[in-house]
Design a protein. Structure first.
Length: 56
């Protein structure tokens, strides 16, 4: 009985970790966020300017 309870707790914890880690996804390089008028470049968000090629 203790083994079954231990396996259930571990499975729940593993499922919770998998669920929370799947929600955090880094955007791809050059992604343009139209709503906020910014683009993702070199692991950071940058505001769009008049001559930016990433903003269309």
């Amino acid at each position: 009985m203790i083994t079954t309870l231990r396996i259930a707790k571990f499975s729940f914890l593993l499922g919770l970790i998998a669920f929370t880690s799947a929600c955090v996804v880094e955007p791809r390089e050059g992604y343009w966020d139209r709503d906020h008028n910014r683009y993702y470049h070199e692991h950071a968000w940058h505001d769009c300017g008049p001559g930016d090629n990433f903003c269309r």
